[in-house]
Design a protein around this ligand. Structure first.
Ligand code: ADP
Length: 490
C-alpha cells in the first residue's frame, strides 16, 4: 500500500491530505492559524505558527491512519503564494513575521518604481505588474525596515523564501534552501523565460542573490524529510496553490481554465509551452515545469474573495460561520440595491489599484445583516466576472473549486451573472489533489499525465438562469460601486 500526502499550506489554514495510490482521498486534517493585522493594509503570519499547524496536521493524519513511513511514496507541497518569510541560516529561525501576499505596505515603493519608468521592463521579464502583491517589494521592505533582517543580510546569514521554501526548510531540518519555478515566478525577481533569478531585477529590489533559494522544477526531488517518524521520506512535487489547482482540474492543454474561490479568487488559463505576454490587466506566470518541460499560464487575481465572508464572521461578527452567509443571503429575493466592494487589500485584475479600499453602498433603513451577506457573496461573483471579462471572449463553462465554492447561492449567482455553466468540483479540494498528482508523477507512482485524465472527478453543475436585461442592470451598478472604491487611500 503506497500513499501520497499533500501538505496544503493555505492563507487561512494548514491542511494535510492523505491519498492512496489511485489518488483517492482517504483523510484530511486542517487547522486554522492567526491572521495578524498590525496596521491598516498590513497582513502578517507567524511563520513558526504556520509550521506548527502544518506539522500538527501532518502528525495527526499519519497517526490516526496508522501510516508507516515506508509506505509514503512522496510528500507534495502546495502553498499560499508570494508571502515572504525571512529566516536566519544559522539558527533556522524566522527573523520577522511573514509578510502576506495581501499586504499593501509597499504601495508607495511600487508607485515610485513606476514613476521611474521601471514597469515596462519588469512586465516584459516577469509577466507581472508592479504591485505590492508580489514578493520582491516585500523583501525590499524587510531589508530596509527590519534591523534583524538587515543585520542578517550584512552577515550573510539571511535566507528569503516563499512558503514552499519555508516548509521544505523545516521538513528537511534546514538542509535545503530551494523553491519551485511557479512560486519563483511570483516574486518579480525571476526571468519567466529562463527560469533564473535576474540580476537587474535583484538590483531594482535590492535583494542579495545569496539570500534566495535555488529554483527547481515542480516534479523535482526537493529533499528528504528529517522529522521524527518521517526520516527519508521524499518531497517530490511542489506548486503554488493556484497552479496546483489548475493541475488538479487537469487543465493540461492550452486554452483550458479554472477559477478558485479561496481567500482570494484566481482564474488561470493554460497557454501551453510557449510564453506569450498576457493581455492588459492579466498576469503571465509559470504553471509548472514537469519532465523537463515548462507550461505557462495567464492569470487574473482577486485579492478578497472568500475573505469577504471571513470579514463578516471575524471582523463584523454578524455570522457564526461561513455557511451561515448563504442562509441569510437566501432570505432576500435580491441584493435590494446593496453592494459591497471588498477592496480591503486594494483591487487586482483588471484595475491593479493598491489604494482602493472596501466600501458598502446602497444602505437604507431597511438594510440588515442579510443584505451584507448577500452583497458580500455577490461581490465574489462580480469580481470573478471581471476576471472572465479580462480574458476576453465569452467563457462558456468554468471549472471551479475552493472553500467558498461550497456556497450554492454564490455558485448559482456566478452562473447567472457570467452566463457560463459553473462546474464545481465536489471535493472542493482540487489544490491538494493537484499537488498530490504532481508528487505522484515526480516519484514515479503514476507513470504519465495521461493516466491522471482517467481519474473520475465528481461535479455539481450550475446553469445560468438570468436574463440579459436584469444582468446588465446589476453589473452596471457593481461597476459604479467599484469606481467609488478606487484610489481611496492614495
Ligand atoms: P485558502 O486556501 O485561501 O485558505 P480555502 O479554499 O480553504 O482558502 O477557502 C477558505 C475561504 O472560503 C474562507 O475565506 C471562507 O470564508 C470561505 N468559505 C468557506 N466556506 C464558505 C461558504 N459556505 N460560503 C462562503 N464562503 C465560504
Amino acid at each position: 500500500m503506497k500513499y501520497i500526502i499533500a501538505l496544503d499550506q493555505g492563507t487561512t489554514s494548514s491542511r494535510s491530505v492523505l491519498y492512496n495510490a489511485r489518488l483517492e482521498k482517504i483523510d484530511q486534517v486542517q487547522k486554522e492559524f492567526t491572521q495578524h493585522f498590525p496596521r491598516p493594509g498590513w497582513v502578517e503570519h507567524d511563520a513558526d505558527e504556520i509550521w506548527e499547524t502544518q506539522w500538527e496536521t501532518l502528525r495527526t493524519l499519519i497517526e490516526r491512519n496508522g501510516v508507516k513511513r515506508e509506505n509514503i511514496a512522496a510528500l507534495g507541497i502546495t502553498n499560499q503564494r508570494e508571502t515572504v518569510v525571512a529566516w536566519d541560516t544559522r539558527t533556522g529561525k524566522p527573523l520577522a513575521r511573514a509578510i502576506v501576499w495581501q499586504d499593501r505596505r509597499t504601495a508607495a515603493f511600487c508607485q515610485a518604481l513606476k514613476r521611474k519608468g521601471a514597469e515596462a521592463a519588469v512586465r516584459r521579464k516577469t509577466g507581472l505588474v508592479l504591485d505590492p502583491y508580489f514578493s520582491g517589494s516585500k523583501m525590499n521592505w524587510l531589508l530596509k525596515n527590519d534591523p534583524a533582517v538587515r543585520k542578517a543580510a550584512a552577515e550573510k546569514r539571511l535566507a528569503f523564501g516563499t512558503m514552499d521554501s519555508w516548509l521544505i526548510h523545516k521538513l528537511t531540518g534546514g538542509n535545503r534552501h530551494v523553491t519551485e519555478a511557479g512560486n519563483a515566478s511570483r516574486t518579480l525577481l525571476m526571468d519567466i523565460r529562463t527560469l533564473a533569478w535576474d540580476k537587474s531585477l535583484l538590483k531594482l529590489f535590492g535583494v542579495p542573490a545569496a539570500s534566495l533559494p535555488e529554483i527547481l522544477a515542480s516534479d523535482a526531488m526537493f529533499g528528504e524529510a528529517t522529522l521524527p517518524g518521517l526520516e527519508g521520506v521524499r518531497i517530490n512535487g511542489v506548486a503554488g496553490d493556484q497552479q496546483a489547482s489548475l493541475f488538479g482540474h487537469r487543465c493540461f492543454t492550452a486554452g483550458s481554465l479554472k477559477n478558485t474561490y479561496g481567500t482570494g479568487c484566481f482564474l488561470l488559463r493554460n497557454i501551453g509551452a510557449k510564453y506569450a505576454a498576457p493581455p492588459k490587466g492579466l498576469l503571465g506566470t509559470v504553471a509548472w515545469t514537469l519532465k523537463g518541460k515548462t507550461t505557462y499560464a495567464h492569470e487574473g487575481a482577486v485579492m478578497i474573495g472568500g475573505a469577504a465572508v471571513q470579514f463578516l464572521r471575524d471582523g463584523l461578527k454578524i455570522i457564526e460561520d461561513a455557511a451561515q452567509s448563504e442562509t441569510l443571503a437566501a432570505s432576500l429575493p435580491s441584493n435590494e440595491g446593496v453592494y459591497f466592494v471588498p477592496a480591503f487589500a486594494g483591487l487586482g485584475t483588471p484595475h491593479w489599484d493598491p489604494d482602493a479600499r472596501g466600501l458598502i453602498i446602497g444602505l437604507t433603513r431597511g438594510s440588515t445583516r442579510a443584505h451584507l451577506c448577500r452583497a458580500a457573496l455577490e461581490s465574489i461573483a462580480y469580481q470573478s466576472l471581471d476576471l472572465c471579462r479580462a480574458f476576453g471572449g465569452a467563457i462558456k463553462s468554468l471549472n471551479v473549486d475552493g472553500g467558498a465554492s461550497q456556497n450554492r447561492l454564490l455558485m448559482q449567482f456566478q452562473a447567472d451573472i457570467t452566463g457560463a455553466e459553473v462546474r464545481v468540483n465536489r471535493s472542493h479540494e482540487v489544490t491538494a489533489l493537484g499537488v498530490a498528482m504532481l508528487a505522484a508523477l515526480g516519484c514515479g507512482l503514476v507513470p504519465s499525465q495521461q493516466e491522471l485524465l482517467k481519474l473520475d472527478l465528481r461535479l455539481d453543475i450550475f446553469k445560468p438562469a438570468m436574463q440579459a436585461g436584469p444582468r446588465k442592470l446589476l453589473v452596471d451598478r457593481w461597476r459604479k460601486a467599484v469606481k467609488r472604491s478606487m484610489r481611496w487611500a492614495d
